[in-house]
Every structure is written in C-alpha cells, then in structure tokens.
Write a protein that binds this ligand. Sequence first.
Ligand SMILES: [Zn+2]
Length: 387
Amino acid sequence: MKRIKRIRKKYNKKNLAIVLSATILIIIIIGAIMYTIFGKSASSYTSTIDGVEMKSFTQEVEFTTEIDYSPTKIQLIVMHEDIDVSDKLTYKEIEIKELDTYVIAYTYKEYTFEYTMKVVDMMKPVIDAQEEYYIELNTTFDFSILNIHATDNYDGTTLDISYSGDVNTSTKGSYPITVSTKDSSGNKASIDIQIIVSNTTPELPAAVIHTVSNPDDINVCIDKTHLLPDGWAPNDLVSVGGNHYLRAQAADAYNNMMAQSVLDGLHIVLVSSYRTQAYQTTLYNNYFAIDPENAPFYSAIPRSSEHELGLAIDVSYDNYLYDDLDDHAVGKWMIANAYKYGWIMSYPEDKTEVTGYMYEAWHFRYVGVELATYLTQNKITLQEYYY
Ligand SMILES: [Zn+2]
C-alpha cells in the first residue's frame, strides 16, 4: 500500500513537470504567433491620405511631365509611435513620360506605403480657330486654307480634323461649320465656326486691274492694281533658315546682309519671307474678318503681296513687328545698309499715299543692288519709278 502511494506520488510529480513545460511552450508559441500577427501594428504605425487611414492609395492623375507626388502634395501623413514622421519618408523619384500606371513607394524604416498613380489624359484637345472666316466670292474653297489646327494636349501631336457643313462660294452668305477632332485617349472636342462668303477684296473697275507680264523679273513691281498671274509661284526658292524661303538671288543678298549685321553686333530676326498665294489669301481674309474697312491698307490682297514674289522680308529684333523699328538699332541699320545688298523699304512713312499701304518699317523688298541704290538715294518707291 505504502509503495503504491509512493509510486503514484512520484508519477504525479513527473506529470506536473510535463504539463508545466508543455504550457510554457504553448505560451511561447502563441506569443510568437501573436507577435508575428499583431506585433507590428502593436507598435502603432498609421498612414493617412487627406485624413483617412490608408494602407495604399490609387488615384487617376491628369498627364503632365511635372506631376508632384511628394507626400505633402498627395496629403500623405505617416504617424509612428504618435510622432509625425512624414518628412522622414524616402521615395524614389520617377520620370513621367507617358500615359501609364506608376507606383511610388514611400518608406519609413521597415514600413512602406504604396501610392499607385494612373496617369491619364482626360483633357479635351485644343482646336485653334477663329469664330469667323471670310472667303472671297466665286473662289475655290477648301477647308485646308482656313489653317485650323488641333493639338493633343497630352503629347502635342497635330490631330486630324473633320468638318461638317457645306460652303457654297458662288453664293454670298454665312455658312455654319462644325469643326471636330479626337485625341489618342478618345477625348473629343468640337467648335462651331462661320464661313462668310462675301466680296473681301476691294471692287475696282476691271480697267484699272493689270496682271503683270514679267512676274519672274527681280525688279517686277506689283501693287494694288498690278497683280501677279493667278497661281503663279517662283521656281527658284531656297531656304534661308527655319521655314523661310526666298528666291535664290534674294537669298544670297539676304545672307550677305545678315552676315554683315552680325559683324556689326546686331541680331536681326526674320519674321516673314515667301508666302504662297493660298497663305496670303488666308492672311488677308483673316485681317478682313477683324477690320474689313482697313484691311487693304495693312494687308495685301492675294496676288499683290511682295511676299508672294519670294523677294520680300519682314524683320525685327524679336518675333513681332514694330512700326517704330526705325527707333531701334535694327531699323536704323536696315535704313542705312539694306540698299547696299539690293533691298529697299517698300512702304515708307512719307509715301503712304503712293503705295496705298501704312508705314511698314519692317518690310524690305529685294530689287538688286543697282536699282535699290538708285531708289534709296533718290527717295522714290518702285511704283513711282515704274508707273
Ligand atoms: Zn511684309
């Protein structure tokens, strides 16, 4: 009996030790599991966007190459142990080049907050057009002469344009046209314009209108009553830089003149040079749309612009034209030197009655050195010389 009791006692001691060790082990295991699951959040880390707690954040952003995704800009606030650590976040700068999804990881110690930015193009393309266009009665019309452009604000590409509506140039009137376009992301834009068919050019008796017979001559004189043959264009145009073209002989003279002006310390900007008849038509009609009464005084009607000859230039000291250019070094230099290279000022201040044009301090015409020297020294215009 005694022996049995002792054995049982011995057994109970051993059993208790096992139970105890197992319990400790279980506590350790559970503790480890609990730490793994809850340990990190237990150390109190929160990130908020605009005051709302977030684990990550996805947002659509309109495309620009300069998207600001700094924590301040996206209103990301990160708290760790009740301390604002937002200014301690690190993240890798990325380059935004195209429409795409970008992930920016903001890191503080072992914590990371992911901001997914879907860069999209939601903006309508831009159509660059006027509200009204004037078209000369009984002329051929094509929408391309309106020079309307549409650009995708995303990548600046020129977009295709469609026009709905008809224009009958043989009947005076106002024709409504809708101009539409669509960009690569499917954003659409459209605007309404009016095409006004009218007599845009001054109606002169047919008897006073002449068509010049020598349009190819370097010293040909065209003005309001002496027009170029319809559709005529020079056949020896050469580039003088950028989108600028002049007839070969005028281009040489222009280049020589510019080289000397540079040596003299000047920077002369070429604003305008050769224009096609179609472009001159658009230009004139656009002026006419703004100011029908005075347009012929400051813009040449088609077939009468010296720019259509490929023998005229408009110059400035920047990209704009100034009637007080003669107060500036560039204007003074041109007045003193242009004739030496064969250029004359076509529309001087004291000859507006003769030329029919306002004073254009910027407009010079190539006629060759000999004639330019003669006209400049005698202060006479090409019209006075010929007609
Ligand atoms: Zn000009």
